[in-house]
Design a protein around this ligand. Structure first.
Ligand code: CP
Length: 359
């Protein structure tokens, strides 16, 4: 069965199918108002959300379906200690498809291993946020006209920003992509993304420290919030929290048709004066998120019993009870799950739930 846990779960053909269905829905919204009549989506949100949860809800409603779930785990049997696996087995009795956000990395993957309905990862810790990636790809398509051959600058918190990690993985499926990584040293992209994704796939990338030195090269500027909730040390957060603030002066050298994206919520990183600039695409991006989630829900339900739309075969996966994942935010350190690891083609052993390197 097809789940969406990581952007790499989708083939390029499946990605194209979802984006093109979203475009068809935008062109004729009324035609889809009963497409999933009688079907149910469960939204299981263990962590706060405005856009993702409400856009999933709006998406299912616009397809004629219904929505159930929780946005506050304290109001569910999670508060009594029910595991992710058991919660999903239970909810699968009530719903046709499940969208899950979790603070623990790997939780949606754990869910997918026992679920009888498709699981969509709506964000797991700092790890992955594949439906934001679909949103970003549709936004780039609508704003720029194409994804191939763009130069994109990722700016801000590239260390904890799961939307950045997910979009970079997805961009490896396109050609002619140039990536500029704009971050202070403390918030640089993790080495595992640089080595296992950018280097391995041969993407053209460069690390810089300021927006101004690269803004004229960009087709897309992807701004991000510094993720306070992921820092273990409050002093470190205070040192970097205002590292990059986009204002109109910094856009002086930018292309006239550049698109500014941000997964939102923003805090200080884009001044309100930028909102009226036609290049500010971040509120249009929110609405594209609803359309692409409509397309995703529809496709996953269509593909559910189609063997040609299975999950990719994981490579190098093994069980080893003598190894330990050092990531305190990994599901494997909180719930009883199989001690699962994988060895990359370069011989590095990683936790199979959160991708952390095993030392
Ligand atoms: N972009 C995003 O994931 O927003 P929420 O946290 O509000 O869902």
């Amino acid at each position: 069965m097809k789940h969406l846990i990581d952007p790499t779960d989708l083939t390029k053909q499946e990605l194209d199918e979802i984006i093109s269905l979203a475009e068809r829905i935008i062109a004729d919204r009324g035609a889809w108002s009963e497409a999933l009549k009688g079907r149910k989506l469960a939204t299981l949100f263990y962590e706060p959300s405005t856009r993702t949860r409400l856009s999933f809800t709006a998406a299912m409603m616009e397809l004629g379906g219904n929505v159930l779930g929780f946005s506050e785990p304290a109001s569910s049997s999670v508060s009594k200690g029910e595991s992710v696996e058991d919660t999903v087995r239970v909810v699968g009795c009530f719903a046709d498809i499940i969208a899950m956000r979790h603070n623990l990395e790997g939780a949606p993957y754990v869910a997918s291993r026992v679920s009888n309905v498709p699981i969509i990862n709506a964000g797991d810790g700092s790890h992955s946020h594949p439906t934001q990636t679909l949103t970003d790809l549709l936004t780039i398509t609508r704003e720029i006209g194409h994804i191939d051959n763009i130069t994109i600058g990722f700016c801000g918190d590239l260390r904890f920003g799961r939307t950045v990690h997910s979009l970079i993985k997805a961009l490896t499926k396109y050609s002619g992509i140039r990536i500029l990584l704009i971050a202070p040293d403390e918030l640089r992209l993790p080495d595992y993304i640089k080595h296992d994704v950018l280097d391995k796939e041969g993407l053209d990338y460069r690390e810089v420290h300021t927006i101004e030195e690269v803004v004229s090269e960009l087709d897309v500027l992807y701004m991000t919030r510094v993720q306070r909730e992921r820092f273990l040390d409050e002093d470190e957060f205070d040192r970097v929290k205002d590292s990059f603030v986009l204002d109109l002066a910094k856009l002086a050298g930018a292309k006239k048709d550049m698109a500014i994206l941000h997964p939102l919520p923003r805090v200080n990183e884009i001044l309100p004066e930028v909102d009226a600039d036609p290049r500010a695409a971040y509120f249009r991006q929110v609405e594209y998120g609803k359309f692409v989630r409509m397309a995703l829900i529809y496709c996953l339900l269509q593909w559910k019993d189609d063997p040609s739309h299975g999950m990719p075969e994981p490579e190098g996966v093994f069980v080893d009870a003598t190894l330990r994942c050092g990531n305190t935010k990994c599901i494997c350190n909180h719930e009883h799950v199989e001690p699962l690891f994988h060895r990359t083609p370069e011989g590095v052993v990683r936790c199979h739930y959160c991708d952390s390197k095993i030392r």
